[in-house]
Design a protein around this ligand. Structure first.
Ligand code: HEC
Ligand code: HEC
Ligand code: HEC
Length: 433
Protein backbone atom coordinates (compact mmCIF):
# COMPACT_ATOMS: atom_id res chain seq x y z
CA UNK A 1 0.00 0.00 0.00
CA UNK A 2 2.70 2.40 1.05
CA UNK A 3 4.56 1.50 -2.12
CA UNK A 4 1.53 2.26 -4.24
CA UNK A 5 1.12 5.67 -2.71
CA UNK A 6 4.80 6.26 -3.23
CA UNK A 7 4.55 5.35 -6.91
CA UNK A 8 1.49 7.51 -7.38
CA UNK A 9 3.31 10.44 -5.89
CA UNK A 10 6.41 9.83 -7.99
CA UNK A 11 4.35 9.48 -11.15
CA UNK A 12 2.45 12.69 -10.42
CA UNK A 13 5.69 14.50 -9.73
CA UNK A 14 7.13 13.20 -13.01
CA UNK A 15 4.10 14.46 -14.91
CA UNK A 16 4.52 17.76 -13.06
CA UNK A 17 8.13 18.04 -14.13
CA UNK A 18 7.30 17.20 -17.74
CA UNK A 19 4.39 19.66 -17.64
CA UNK A 20 6.68 22.29 -16.17
CA UNK A 21 9.28 21.57 -18.83
CA UNK A 22 6.68 22.12 -21.54
CA UNK A 23 5.55 25.31 -19.86
CA UNK A 24 9.08 26.55 -19.30
CA UNK A 25 10.21 25.87 -22.86
CA UNK A 26 10.12 28.92 -25.13
CA UNK A 27 11.38 28.68 -28.70
CA UNK A 28 14.03 31.01 -30.11
CA UNK A 29 12.62 33.61 -32.50
CA UNK A 30 14.08 34.47 -35.89
CA UNK A 31 16.47 37.41 -35.99
CA UNK A 32 15.75 40.26 -38.39
CA UNK A 33 18.29 42.28 -40.35
CA UNK A 34 18.35 46.05 -39.73
CA UNK A 35 17.15 46.81 -43.27
CA UNK A 36 14.18 44.46 -42.83
CA UNK A 37 12.77 46.38 -39.89
CA UNK A 38 9.62 48.32 -40.78
CA UNK A 39 9.83 52.14 -41.02
CA UNK A 40 8.02 54.11 -38.32
CA UNK A 41 6.20 57.44 -38.53
CA UNK A 42 7.48 60.35 -36.43
CA UNK A 43 4.37 60.34 -34.17
CA UNK A 44 4.92 56.71 -33.23
CA UNK A 45 8.59 57.35 -32.51
CA UNK A 46 7.67 60.36 -30.34
CA UNK A 47 5.05 58.32 -28.44
CA UNK A 48 7.74 55.69 -27.89
CA UNK A 49 10.20 58.28 -26.59
CA UNK A 50 7.67 59.48 -24.01
CA UNK A 51 6.79 55.94 -22.94
CA UNK A 52 10.45 54.92 -22.69
CA UNK A 53 10.97 57.93 -20.41
CA UNK A 54 7.91 57.02 -18.30
CA UNK A 55 9.30 53.48 -18.00
CA UNK A 56 12.78 54.81 -17.01
CA UNK A 57 14.32 52.31 -19.45
CA UNK A 58 17.50 54.36 -19.72
CA UNK A 59 17.89 54.59 -15.91
CA UNK A 60 18.49 50.85 -15.69
CA UNK A 61 19.99 50.27 -19.11
CA UNK A 62 22.74 52.92 -18.86
CA UNK A 63 25.76 53.05 -16.53
CA UNK A 64 26.95 56.32 -15.00
CA UNK A 65 29.66 56.84 -17.63
CA UNK A 66 28.32 54.59 -20.38
CA UNK A 67 26.58 55.25 -23.70
CA UNK A 68 22.78 55.60 -23.46
CA UNK A 69 21.00 52.22 -23.36
CA UNK A 70 24.27 50.27 -23.77
CA UNK A 71 23.53 48.19 -20.65
CA UNK A 72 25.70 46.74 -17.85
CA UNK A 73 24.07 48.78 -15.10
CA UNK A 74 24.48 46.53 -12.05
CA UNK A 75 21.37 45.76 -10.04
CA UNK A 76 22.01 44.37 -6.55
CA UNK A 77 19.03 42.14 -5.92
CA UNK A 78 19.72 40.57 -2.56
CA UNK A 79 20.23 37.25 -4.40
CA UNK A 80 23.18 38.48 -6.45
CA UNK A 81 24.03 41.04 -9.14
CA UNK A 82 22.08 41.20 -12.37
CA UNK A 83 23.35 43.31 -15.27
CA UNK A 84 20.84 45.10 -17.48
CA UNK A 85 21.08 44.12 -21.13
CA UNK A 86 22.46 46.23 -23.96
CA UNK A 87 19.23 47.76 -25.28
CA UNK A 88 20.72 49.63 -28.23
CA UNK A 89 19.88 48.35 -31.72
CA UNK A 90 23.40 46.89 -32.08
CA UNK A 91 23.12 43.68 -34.10
CA UNK A 92 25.47 41.39 -32.16
CA UNK A 93 25.35 42.49 -28.54
CA UNK A 94 22.23 44.70 -28.44
CA UNK A 95 18.65 44.06 -29.49
CA UNK A 96 19.16 44.99 -33.14
CA UNK A 97 18.08 41.52 -34.27
CA UNK A 98 14.80 41.67 -32.32
CA UNK A 99 11.65 41.66 -34.47
CA UNK A 100 8.72 43.58 -33.03
CA UNK A 101 7.23 40.20 -32.01
CA UNK A 102 10.40 39.21 -30.16
CA UNK A 103 10.45 42.60 -28.42
CA UNK A 104 6.79 42.20 -27.39
CA UNK A 105 7.54 38.76 -25.99
CA UNK A 106 10.48 40.13 -23.98
CA UNK A 107 8.41 43.01 -22.59
CA UNK A 108 5.21 41.10 -21.87
CA UNK A 109 6.44 37.58 -21.11
CA UNK A 110 10.00 38.16 -19.90
CA UNK A 111 11.60 35.85 -22.52
CA UNK A 112 14.53 36.95 -24.71
CA UNK A 113 14.94 36.33 -28.46
CA UNK A 114 16.77 33.04 -27.78
CA UNK A 115 13.89 31.75 -25.66
CA UNK A 116 15.67 32.29 -22.34
CA UNK A 117 13.66 33.45 -19.33
CA UNK A 118 14.61 36.92 -18.11
CA UNK A 119 14.96 37.81 -14.44
CA UNK A 120 12.30 40.01 -12.90
CA UNK A 121 14.90 42.66 -11.99
CA UNK A 122 13.59 43.70 -15.43
CA UNK A 123 10.03 44.73 -14.49
CA UNK A 124 8.28 42.76 -17.25
CA UNK A 125 5.64 41.82 -14.68
CA UNK A 126 4.50 45.46 -15.04
CA UNK A 127 5.20 45.91 -18.74
CA UNK A 128 2.89 42.91 -19.36
CA UNK A 129 0.01 45.29 -18.48
CA UNK A 130 0.82 47.51 -21.48
CA UNK A 131 -1.04 47.44 -24.78
CA UNK A 132 0.80 46.03 -27.81
CA UNK A 133 0.48 49.45 -29.42
CA UNK A 134 2.45 51.12 -26.61
CA UNK A 135 5.11 48.39 -26.53
CA UNK A 136 5.49 48.64 -30.31
CA UNK A 137 5.97 52.42 -30.00
CA UNK A 138 8.90 51.88 -27.63
CA UNK A 139 10.36 49.45 -30.13
CA UNK A 140 9.98 52.07 -32.87
CA UNK A 141 11.75 54.65 -30.69
CA UNK A 142 14.67 52.41 -29.75
CA UNK A 143 15.22 51.16 -33.29
CA UNK A 144 15.00 54.68 -34.75
CA UNK A 145 16.57 57.02 -32.19
CA UNK A 146 18.93 55.03 -29.99
CA UNK A 147 22.50 54.86 -31.32
CA UNK A 148 23.71 51.25 -31.72
CA UNK A 149 26.69 50.45 -29.49
CA UNK A 150 28.33 47.02 -29.59
CA UNK A 151 29.10 46.16 -25.96
CA UNK A 152 28.83 42.71 -24.44
CA UNK A 153 26.44 42.48 -21.48
CA UNK A 154 28.25 41.12 -18.43
CA UNK A 155 27.40 37.71 -17.00
CA UNK A 156 25.03 37.92 -14.03
CA UNK A 157 26.59 37.04 -10.68
CA UNK A 158 24.01 34.69 -9.23
CA UNK A 159 24.70 31.53 -7.23
CA UNK A 160 23.54 28.11 -8.46
CA UNK A 161 20.65 27.24 -8.79
CA UNK A 162 19.33 30.82 -8.97
CA UNK A 163 21.33 31.38 -12.16
CA UNK A 164 19.25 28.68 -13.91
CA UNK A 165 17.01 30.76 -16.11
CA UNK A 166 14.38 28.06 -16.71
CA UNK A 167 13.55 28.16 -13.00
CA UNK A 168 12.21 31.66 -13.62
CA UNK A 169 9.31 29.94 -15.35
CA UNK A 170 8.20 28.62 -11.95
CA UNK A 171 8.46 32.09 -10.45
CA UNK A 172 6.32 33.43 -13.27
CA UNK A 173 3.75 30.69 -12.79
CA UNK A 174 3.47 31.51 -9.11
CA UNK A 175 3.62 35.28 -9.09
CA UNK A 176 3.01 36.97 -12.42
CA UNK A 177 -0.33 37.90 -13.91
CA UNK A 178 0.43 38.29 -17.60
CA UNK A 179 -2.94 39.78 -18.53
CA UNK A 180 -2.99 43.23 -20.06
CA UNK A 181 -4.53 45.98 -17.94
CA UNK A 182 -8.30 45.47 -17.69
CA UNK A 183 -10.52 48.57 -17.64
CA UNK A 184 -12.42 48.89 -14.37
CA UNK A 185 -16.00 49.96 -15.13
CA UNK A 186 -16.62 51.14 -11.58
CA UNK A 187 -13.95 53.85 -11.97
CA UNK A 188 -13.62 56.96 -14.15
CA UNK A 189 -11.69 57.20 -17.43
CA UNK A 190 -9.00 59.23 -15.66
CA UNK A 191 -8.63 56.71 -12.85
CA UNK A 192 -8.27 53.90 -15.37
CA UNK A 193 -5.70 55.80 -17.42
CA UNK A 194 -3.75 56.51 -14.20
CA UNK A 195 -3.94 52.87 -13.15
CA UNK A 196 -2.84 51.72 -16.62
CA UNK A 197 0.25 53.95 -16.47
CA UNK A 198 1.13 53.30 -12.81
CA UNK A 199 0.72 49.54 -12.96
CA UNK A 200 2.19 49.22 -16.43
CA UNK A 201 4.94 51.30 -17.97
CA UNK A 202 5.70 53.47 -14.90
CA UNK A 203 5.81 50.42 -12.58
CA UNK A 204 5.37 52.49 -9.39
CA UNK A 205 4.79 49.27 -7.43
CA UNK A 206 8.30 48.01 -8.24
CA UNK A 207 9.53 50.36 -5.50
CA UNK A 208 6.40 51.18 -3.48
CA UNK A 209 4.99 47.64 -3.03
CA UNK A 210 6.63 45.35 -0.45
CA UNK A 211 8.06 42.05 -1.73
CA UNK A 212 7.87 38.49 -0.41
CA UNK A 213 11.05 36.53 0.49
CA UNK A 214 11.56 35.42 -3.12
CA UNK A 215 11.30 38.93 -4.44
CA UNK A 216 7.76 39.06 -5.82
CA UNK A 217 5.53 42.03 -5.07
CA UNK A 218 2.84 41.22 -2.52
CA UNK A 219 -0.29 41.93 -4.55
CA UNK A 220 -2.56 42.18 -1.51
CA UNK A 221 -0.39 45.01 -0.15
CA UNK A 222 -0.11 47.02 -3.37
CA UNK A 223 1.74 50.34 -2.76
CA UNK A 224 2.03 49.46 0.94
CA UNK A 225 5.51 51.06 1.13
CA UNK A 226 8.91 49.32 0.76
CA UNK A 227 12.66 49.68 1.09
CA UNK A 228 14.69 50.44 -2.02
CA UNK A 229 18.45 51.09 -2.22
CA UNK A 230 18.59 52.17 1.42
CA UNK A 231 15.61 54.53 1.07
CA UNK A 232 12.00 54.12 2.09
CA UNK A 233 9.49 54.44 -0.73
CA UNK A 234 6.49 55.55 1.39
CA UNK A 235 3.09 53.87 1.29
CA UNK A 236 0.86 55.34 -1.43
CA UNK A 237 -2.29 54.20 0.35
CA UNK A 238 -4.36 55.36 3.31
CA UNK A 239 -1.38 54.15 5.43
CA UNK A 240 0.81 56.99 4.13
CA UNK A 241 2.48 58.53 7.19
CA UNK A 242 2.21 62.18 6.10
CA UNK A 243 1.00 64.72 8.63
CA UNK A 244 -1.20 66.27 5.94
CA UNK A 245 -3.05 63.68 3.80
CA UNK A 246 -2.11 63.77 0.11
CA UNK A 247 -4.64 65.32 -2.27
CA UNK A 248 -4.89 64.92 -6.04
CA UNK A 249 -3.42 68.43 -6.42
CA UNK A 250 -0.42 67.51 -4.21
CA UNK A 251 0.33 64.48 -6.39
CA UNK A 252 0.01 66.62 -9.50
CA UNK A 253 2.57 69.08 -8.22
CA UNK A 254 4.93 66.35 -6.92
CA UNK A 255 4.88 64.39 -10.18
CA UNK A 256 5.27 67.53 -12.33
CA UNK A 257 7.80 69.60 -10.38
CA UNK A 258 9.24 67.14 -7.85
CA UNK A 259 7.77 68.98 -4.88
CA UNK A 260 4.61 69.01 -2.81
CA UNK A 261 4.34 71.98 -0.47
CA UNK A 262 2.92 69.92 2.37
CA UNK A 263 5.10 66.81 1.97
CA UNK A 264 8.48 67.56 0.51
CA UNK A 265 10.43 66.66 -2.53
CA UNK A 266 11.40 63.75 -4.77
CA UNK A 267 14.89 62.90 -3.49
CA UNK A 268 17.00 59.74 -3.94
CA UNK A 269 15.61 57.05 -6.26
CA UNK A 270 12.40 59.10 -6.70
CA UNK A 271 14.36 61.97 -8.32
CA UNK A 272 14.80 60.37 -11.75
CA UNK A 273 11.30 58.90 -11.63
CA UNK A 274 9.96 62.45 -11.74
CA UNK A 275 12.65 64.30 -13.66
CA UNK A 276 13.77 61.72 -16.21
CA UNK A 277 10.40 60.02 -16.40
CA UNK A 278 6.93 61.01 -15.39
CA UNK A 279 7.15 64.68 -16.27
CA UNK A 280 7.69 63.75 -19.92
CA UNK A 281 4.10 62.50 -19.99
CA UNK A 282 1.43 64.88 -21.29
CA UNK A 283 -0.40 66.92 -18.68
CA UNK A 284 -3.58 64.85 -18.91
CA UNK A 285 -1.63 61.68 -18.12
CA UNK A 286 -0.09 63.24 -15.00
CA UNK A 287 -3.61 64.35 -14.04
CA UNK A 288 -4.83 60.80 -14.51
CA UNK A 289 -2.02 59.41 -12.32
CA UNK A 290 -2.88 61.98 -9.65
CA UNK A 291 -6.57 61.09 -9.71
CA UNK A 292 -5.66 57.40 -9.33
CA UNK A 293 -3.24 58.05 -6.45
CA UNK A 294 -5.54 60.58 -4.78
CA UNK A 295 -8.26 57.98 -4.62
CA UNK A 296 -5.93 55.35 -3.17
CA UNK A 297 -4.66 57.59 -0.38
CA UNK A 298 -8.16 58.59 0.63
CA UNK A 299 -9.21 61.46 -1.59
CA UNK A 300 -8.44 64.40 0.69
CA UNK A 301 -9.49 67.62 -1.05
CA UNK A 302 -9.69 69.96 1.98
CA UNK A 303 -7.68 73.13 2.06
CA UNK A 304 -4.69 71.99 4.11
CA UNK A 305 -3.60 75.50 5.11
CA UNK A 306 -6.04 75.46 8.02
CA UNK A 307 -5.42 71.85 9.10
CA UNK A 308 -4.29 71.22 12.68
CA UNK A 309 -1.05 69.64 11.48
CA UNK A 310 -0.08 72.82 9.69
CA UNK A 311 -1.22 75.22 12.37
CA UNK A 312 0.76 73.33 14.99
CA UNK A 313 3.89 72.90 12.86
CA UNK A 314 3.94 76.65 12.28
CA UNK A 315 3.59 77.16 16.05
CA UNK A 316 6.40 74.74 16.82
CA UNK A 317 8.59 76.13 14.07
CA UNK A 318 8.93 79.55 15.72
CA UNK A 319 12.40 79.98 17.15
CA UNK A 320 12.45 79.28 20.86
CA UNK A 321 14.52 81.85 22.74
CA UNK A 322 15.73 78.98 24.94
CA UNK A 323 16.84 76.92 21.94
CA UNK A 324 20.44 76.63 23.06
CA UNK A 325 19.49 74.16 25.79
CA UNK A 326 18.96 71.13 23.59
CA UNK A 327 21.89 70.09 21.39
CA UNK A 328 19.60 69.00 18.54
CA UNK A 329 17.60 72.20 18.61
CA UNK A 330 20.73 74.32 18.81
CA UNK A 331 22.29 72.54 15.84
CA UNK A 332 19.04 72.77 13.92
CA UNK A 333 18.83 76.50 14.59
CA UNK A 334 22.36 77.09 13.33
CA UNK A 335 22.73 74.52 10.52
CA UNK A 336 19.22 74.23 9.12
CA UNK A 337 16.92 77.06 10.21
CA UNK A 338 18.66 79.64 8.04
CA UNK A 339 16.85 77.93 5.18
CA UNK A 340 14.12 75.89 6.86
CA UNK A 341 12.62 78.73 8.91
CA UNK A 342 8.89 79.18 8.99
CA UNK A 343 7.14 82.23 7.77
CA UNK A 344 3.45 82.82 8.26
CA UNK A 345 2.86 80.19 5.64
CA UNK A 346 4.53 77.01 4.43
CA UNK A 347 6.68 77.40 1.37
CA UNK A 348 7.55 74.65 -1.05
CA UNK A 349 11.12 75.67 -1.83
CA UNK A 350 12.43 74.66 1.60
CA UNK A 351 10.01 72.10 3.00
CA UNK A 352 8.70 72.55 6.52
CA UNK A 353 10.39 69.83 8.49
CA UNK A 354 7.55 69.23 10.96
CA UNK A 355 5.19 67.98 8.25
CA UNK A 356 7.85 66.71 5.82
CA UNK A 357 7.46 63.04 4.82
CA UNK A 358 11.06 62.29 5.82
CA UNK A 359 10.43 63.23 9.46
CA UNK A 360 7.05 61.48 9.66
CA UNK A 361 7.95 58.07 8.18
CA UNK A 362 8.47 55.09 10.51
CA UNK A 363 12.07 54.87 9.26
CA UNK A 364 14.77 57.57 9.51
CA UNK A 365 16.80 56.69 6.40
CA UNK A 366 15.29 59.25 4.01
CA UNK A 367 15.99 62.10 6.46
CA UNK A 368 19.53 60.90 7.14
CA UNK A 369 20.28 60.57 3.40
CA UNK A 370 19.20 64.18 2.85
CA UNK A 371 21.22 65.52 5.80
CA UNK A 372 24.33 63.58 4.75
CA UNK A 373 24.28 64.26 1.04
CA UNK A 374 21.88 67.18 0.58
CA UNK A 375 19.63 67.46 -2.42
CA UNK A 376 21.20 67.84 -5.85
CA UNK A 377 19.83 69.66 -8.89
CA UNK A 378 18.18 66.67 -10.62
CA UNK A 379 16.21 65.72 -7.48
CA UNK A 380 13.43 67.75 -5.85
CA UNK A 381 12.67 71.07 -7.48
CA UNK A 382 14.66 71.55 -10.65
CA UNK A 383 17.65 73.77 -10.06
CA UNK A 384 17.08 74.06 -6.29
CA UNK A 385 19.72 72.46 -4.10
CA UNK A 386 20.53 71.83 -0.47
CA UNK A 387 24.12 71.29 0.64
CA UNK A 388 25.07 67.99 2.29
CA UNK A 389 26.50 67.89 5.81
CA UNK A 390 28.51 64.67 5.53
CA UNK A 391 31.77 66.46 6.29
CA UNK A 392 30.41 69.30 8.41
CA UNK A 393 28.47 67.42 11.10
CA UNK A 394 29.51 64.44 13.24
CA UNK A 395 27.27 61.39 13.52
CA UNK A 396 26.36 62.48 17.06
CA UNK A 397 25.29 65.88 15.75
CA UNK A 398 23.24 64.40 12.90
CA UNK A 399 21.58 62.04 15.37
CA UNK A 400 20.74 64.97 17.64
CA UNK A 401 19.18 67.00 14.82
CA UNK A 402 17.16 64.03 13.56
CA UNK A 403 15.93 63.19 17.07
CA UNK A 404 14.97 66.82 17.67
CA UNK A 405 13.02 67.06 14.38
CA UNK A 406 11.24 63.78 15.04
CA UNK A 407 10.19 64.70 18.54
CA UNK A 408 9.78 68.46 18.75
CA UNK A 409 8.78 69.22 15.17
CA UNK A 410 6.95 66.15 13.83
CA UNK A 411 5.62 65.18 17.26
CA UNK A 412 6.26 61.50 16.55
CA UNK A 413 7.66 58.71 18.77
CA UNK A 414 11.47 58.37 18.71
CA UNK A 415 13.05 56.18 16.02
CA UNK A 416 14.66 53.10 17.56
CA UNK A 417 18.35 52.58 16.71
CA UNK A 418 18.67 56.10 15.31
CA UNK A 419 22.33 56.61 16.21
CA UNK A 420 23.32 53.17 14.84
CA UNK A 421 21.53 53.94 11.59
CA UNK A 422 23.25 57.33 11.28
CA UNK A 423 26.67 55.73 11.90
CA UNK A 424 26.04 52.94 9.40
CA UNK A 425 24.90 55.36 6.72
CA UNK A 426 27.67 57.88 7.39
CA UNK A 427 30.23 55.13 6.85
CA UNK A 428 28.82 53.96 3.53
CA UNK A 429 29.65 55.96 0.41
CA UNK A 430 27.55 58.90 -0.69
CA UNK A 431 24.43 57.73 -2.50
CA UNK A 432 24.98 57.25 -6.19
CA UNK A 433 22.67 59.08 -8.54
C1 HEC B 1 14.51 48.41 -12.85
C2 HEC B 1 15.46 48.24 -13.93
C3 HEC B 1 14.95 48.12 -15.34
C4 HEC B 1 14.08 48.95 -15.99
C5 HEC B 1 13.36 50.16 -15.43
C6 HEC B 1 13.98 48.46 -17.34
N1 HEC B 1 14.77 47.35 -17.51
FE1 HEC B 1 14.98 46.26 -19.20
N2 HEC B 1 16.13 44.91 -18.20
C7 HEC B 1 16.61 45.07 -16.92
C8 HEC B 1 17.50 43.97 -16.59
C9 HEC B 1 18.24 43.79 -15.28
C10 HEC B 1 17.52 43.12 -17.72
C11 HEC B 1 18.28 41.80 -17.86
C12 HEC B 1 17.49 40.68 -17.21
C13 HEC B 1 18.18 39.34 -17.29
O1 HEC B 1 19.41 39.26 -17.47
O2 HEC B 1 17.47 38.33 -17.19
C14 HEC B 1 16.66 43.74 -18.71
C15 HEC B 1 16.39 43.20 -19.95
C16 HEC B 1 15.60 43.81 -20.92
C17 HEC B 1 15.33 43.24 -22.23
C18 HEC B 1 15.84 41.90 -22.75
C19 HEC B 1 16.96 42.14 -23.72
C20 HEC B 1 17.90 40.98 -23.90
O3 HEC B 1 18.09 40.53 -25.03
O4 HEC B 1 18.49 40.53 -22.89
C21 HEC B 1 14.54 44.15 -22.89
C22 HEC B 1 13.98 44.00 -24.30
C23 HEC B 1 14.33 45.26 -22.01
N3 HEC B 1 14.98 45.03 -20.83
C24 HEC B 1 13.60 46.39 -22.33
C25 HEC B 1 13.29 47.42 -21.44
C26 HEC B 1 12.48 48.57 -21.79
C27 HEC B 1 11.91 48.86 -23.15
C28 HEC B 1 12.36 49.31 -20.64
C29 HEC B 1 11.56 50.58 -20.42
C30 HEC B 1 10.17 50.56 -20.83
C31 HEC B 1 13.11 48.63 -19.61
N4 HEC B 1 13.69 47.51 -20.14
C32 HEC B 1 13.22 49.07 -18.31
C33 HEC B 1 16.29 46.09 -16.05
C34 HEC B 1 15.39 47.12 -16.32
C1 HEC C 1 13.03 53.48 -8.29
C2 HEC C 1 12.10 53.38 -7.21
C3 HEC C 1 10.81 54.18 -7.30
C4 HEC C 1 9.88 54.17 -8.31
C5 HEC C 1 9.92 53.40 -9.62
C6 HEC C 1 8.82 55.05 -7.88
N1 HEC C 1 9.09 55.58 -6.65
FE1 HEC C 1 8.01 56.99 -5.66
N2 HEC C 1 9.42 57.10 -4.21
C7 HEC C 1 10.56 56.34 -4.14
C8 HEC C 1 11.35 56.77 -2.99
C9 HEC C 1 12.68 56.19 -2.54
C10 HEC C 1 10.64 57.83 -2.37
C11 HEC C 1 11.07 58.69 -1.17
C12 HEC C 1 11.70 59.98 -1.74
C13 HEC C 1 12.06 61.04 -0.75
O1 HEC C 1 12.05 60.79 0.45
O2 HEC C 1 12.36 62.19 -1.18
C14 HEC C 1 9.43 58.00 -3.16
C15 HEC C 1 8.45 58.94 -2.88
C16 HEC C 1 7.26 59.06 -3.56
C17 HEC C 1 6.19 59.94 -3.17
C18 HEC C 1 6.18 60.84 -1.93
C19 HEC C 1 5.49 60.11 -0.81
C20 HEC C 1 5.51 60.81 0.51
O3 HEC C 1 4.68 60.47 1.36
O4 HEC C 1 6.34 61.72 0.68
C21 HEC C 1 5.18 59.80 -4.10
C22 HEC C 1 3.87 60.52 -4.13
C23 HEC C 1 5.64 58.82 -5.06
N3 HEC C 1 6.90 58.39 -4.72
C24 HEC C 1 4.90 58.40 -6.15
C25 HEC C 1 5.38 57.51 -7.11
C26 HEC C 1 4.67 57.19 -8.32
C27 HEC C 1 3.31 57.72 -8.70
C28 HEC C 1 5.45 56.33 -9.02
C29 HEC C 1 5.18 55.75 -10.40
C30 HEC C 1 4.87 56.73 -11.41
C31 HEC C 1 6.65 56.11 -8.24
N4 HEC C 1 6.57 56.84 -7.09
C32 HEC C 1 7.69 55.30 -8.65
C33 HEC C 1 10.94 55.35 -5.03
C34 HEC C 1 10.30 55.08 -6.26
C1 HEC D 1 21.18 76.49 2.19
C2 HEC D 1 19.81 76.19 2.54
C3 HEC D 1 19.54 74.90 3.29
C4 HEC D 1 20.12 74.43 4.46
C5 HEC D 1 21.22 75.09 5.25
C6 HEC D 1 19.42 73.21 4.78
N1 HEC D 1 18.48 72.93 3.85
FE1 HEC D 1 17.28 71.31 3.80
N2 HEC D 1 16.51 71.89 2.03
C7 HEC D 1 16.83 73.08 1.40
C8 HEC D 1 16.12 73.16 0.13
C9 HEC D 1 16.18 74.31 -0.86
C10 HEC D 1 15.36 71.97 0.03
C11 HEC D 1 14.51 71.55 -1.14
C12 HEC D 1 15.43 71.08 -2.23
C13 HEC D 1 14.76 70.83 -3.55
O1 HEC D 1 13.56 71.00 -3.68
O2 HEC D 1 15.44 70.40 -4.49
C14 HEC D 1 15.62 71.20 1.25
C15 HEC D 1 15.05 69.98 1.54
C16 HEC D 1 15.15 69.35 2.77
C17 HEC D 1 14.41 68.18 3.17
C18 HEC D 1 13.32 67.51 2.36
C19 HEC D 1 13.63 66.15 1.86
C20 HEC D 1 12.43 65.47 1.24
O3 HEC D 1 12.59 64.32 0.80
O4 HEC D 1 11.34 66.04 1.18
C21 HEC D 1 14.81 67.85 4.43
C22 HEC D 1 14.33 66.69 5.28
C23 HEC D 1 15.81 68.82 4.81
N3 HEC D 1 16.00 69.71 3.80
C24 HEC D 1 16.47 68.82 6.03
C25 HEC D 1 17.47 69.72 6.39
C26 HEC D 1 18.20 69.65 7.63
C27 HEC D 1 17.92 68.68 8.74
C28 HEC D 1 19.12 70.66 7.59
C29 HEC D 1 20.17 71.00 8.62
C30 HEC D 1 21.07 69.91 8.96
C31 HEC D 1 18.95 71.37 6.32
N4 HEC D 1 17.95 70.76 5.62
C32 HEC D 1 19.70 72.45 5.90
C33 HEC D 1 17.69 74.04 1.81
C34 HEC D 1 18.52 73.93 2.92
Amino acid sequence: MIKRIFWTITATAAVGVVGFGVYAYKPAMDPVAAQDRPAFGPEVVEQGRILAAAGYCSECHTTADGAPYAGNYAMETGFGTIYASNLTPAMDTGIGAYSVEAFRRAMKEGVDIDGRHLFPAFPYDHFAKMSDEDVDAIYAYIMTEVVPVEQETRENELPFPLNQRFLQAGWKLLFVDFDEYAFDDTQSEDWNRGAYLAEGVAHCGACHTPRNPVGAEIASDQYGGAQIDGWTAPALTADNASAVPWSTADFKSYLTDGVSTYHGISAGPMGPVVHAGIRELPDEDINALSVYLGERTGGNEDDPATSTAIVSTLERGRPDPQYRRDAGERLYATACASCHYNTAQIEAGRPDLGINSATNLDTPENLIHVILDGVSGPEGIEGVVMPGFRDALSTTEITAIAAYLRDARAGQPAWPDLSETVSRMAESAAHAE
